[in-house]
Write a protein that binds this ligand. Sequence first.
Ligand code: DQA
Length: 145
Amino acid sequence: MASNLVYVLNGPNLNLLGTREPEIYGSETLDDIAAMLDDRARELGLEVDVRQSNHEGHLVDWLHEARADGAKAVLLNAGAYTHTSIALLDAIRAIGVPVIEVHLSDPSSREAFRHVSYVGMAAVDEVKGLGAHGYVVALEKAAAL
Ligand code: DQA
């Protein structure tokens, strides 16, 4: 059991951060975010495991793995699956590991189809609209759990 371990799971299209609609998502890459998280995690006495997949089932499998690993928490930016995936909602409910929902943008102030969050129905907290820095804020929230 590794209770200082925080999974940071990223969904579809987040591998393109840095070049993907930078006016919405900013210019930091996912590697930049991982480096910021590594630095802050060290200060907080945590360890982060940052992953990205464009495939819904990988995210489900990684949520299960977070439980098997005894992770302290999961930061989850499920990208567009946030708004569609009952499988992710069920996985979050199943694992018993606290999940913090993260978004670079604020989906609730964008198109109506982004206003529903299946992830949010099971997450213990959320950070949205703060860009890349939001991941650090979410990690600080995870540290306080
Ligand atoms: C996002 C918001 C989602 O609506 C969108 O589909 C994404 C990114 C965000 O981080 O702002 O892919 O999760």
